[in-house]
Design a protein around this ligand. Structure first.
Ligand code: AMP
Ligand code: MG
Length: 351
């Protein structure tokens, strides 16, 4: 299959530009498109065959449910039932935006889309390309991140092409995304609202609307621990991972840079290709090594926007081993560390 890349300018969108993408979606085919979080791989959420194509194109395990994207809050009552008041309040505050809610599904949502679950994940994206695609198609769009399963999520069309070329008919190219990490997922089906996946919208933000919200314990995990089972099926897999083995060090910056240098030197001496995940504050401490800086340590949003790009950089370099530092968990930093831990397969050393 030939994959067409269609360039789009967010500030100058015309309906005609969406005609082909809409025709593909209505025929049950897939279209990748930018959202404000990461690129999504879209298909008709109410068509089990389209959902099956999404799983096949990504190589995604079939028990890992898809997020259904909408362009209108009213769609909530079409797709979900027993909707608590808190859900409407969250929608009012955070939609359109990087917030996904888990609710009890209605029968029209096929189990193929929800990975066999009786709940459904719903989000209204704010990116104008995503919003216009959903609106013009007249469909609900199931869209997981547009990466091959297990790899870092895609923040530019080039990365989507790298992973899915030949597997999908079309990519809408809107350039780099704004946020760079996937949406905050909030489960509203239990006694207490739970954040299953941290994102740009933080627990503090959510608590302004729902004061009793809390993290699912799996979110704060710092080591591989089989006794904590993540409530979001997707959060249990090794994920976001570069091809090389990533190890991160946590401790004072001085100890961390020392440990990174020591481990890097050992692997280099053994003949491996070594790369270092650093920040602006530390990059000069690693002279003589291949270093990628994700930005200023205090700029969590900047680090979030560059993290997945940087993890892919390591693959382009052919790194066998990557050593890196941990980052502050203020604000969106919590989401950054959650993705970094998973990318490292919980290879973390305290120093
Ligand atoms: P992605 O779209 O690739 O960012 O992945 C979607 C994430 O949402 C995965 O971690 C899923 O496990 C999670 N998810 C989707 N639907 C549900 C659901 N009904 N219950 C719990 N988690 C869900
Ligand atoms: Mg994903």
């Amino acid at each position: 299959m030939e994959t067409r890349v269609v360039r789009m300018d967010r500030d100058n969108l015309r309906k005609e530009q969406f005609e082909e993408a809409v025709a593909l979606l209505r025929r049950g085919e897939l279209v990748a498109f930018p959202t404000e979080t990461v690129y999504g791989l879209g298909g008709n959420a109410l068509d089990p065959a389209a959902s099956a194509k999404i799983y096949a194109a990504k190589g995604r395990p079939s028990d890992n449910p898809l997020i259904v994207h909408i362009c209108d809050t009213d769609a909530l009552s079409e797709l979900a039932q027993d909707i608590p008041d808190g859900a409407w309040e969250l929608a009012k505050r955070f939609w359109p935006g990087p917030m996904t809610m888990i609710l009890k599904k209605k029968d029209i949502v096929p189990k193929e889309t929800t990975g066999g679950l009786s709940t459904v994940a719903i989000r209204m994206p704010s990116d104008p390309i995503a919003a216009m695609l959903i609106r013009e198609s007249g469909l609900y769009i199931a869209a997981p991140s547009a990466n091959a399963s297990g790899r870092p999520s895609t923040t530019r069309a080039e990365h989507v092409y790298e992973d899915l070329n030949g597997r999908i008919p079309m990519i809408l190219d809107g350039g780099a995304v704004q946020i760079g990490l996937e949406s905050t997922i909030i489960d509203l089906t239990g006694e207490r609202p739970l954040i299953l996946r941290p994102g740009y919208i933080t627990l503090e933000d959510v608590r302004k609307v729902l004061p009793n919200a809390a993290y699912d314990p799996a979110v704060l995990r710092r080591k591989a621990d089989d006794t904590i089972v993540a409530k979001a099926p997707g959060m249990k897999y090794r994920h976001y991972a570069p091809k090389g083995q990533l190890t991160v060090f946590e401790g004072s910056l001085e100890n961390v840079t020392k440990a990174v240098r020591k481990n890097a030197a050992e692997k280099k001496a053994e003949g491996f290709r070594v790369a270092i995940l650093a920040s602006e504050e530390t990059k000069d401490a690693y002279k003589g090594y291949t270093v990628c800086s994700v930005g200023d340590r205090e700029d969590e949003a900047g680090i979030a926007a560059r993290l997945f790009d940087t993890l892919r950089e390591f693959d382009h370099m052919g790194a066998d081993y990557i050593f890196g530092e941990c980052f502050p968990t203020e604000g969106v930093g919590q989401a950054v560390m959650n993705r970094l831990m998973k990318a490292a397969g919980y290879h973390i050393e305290q120093v």
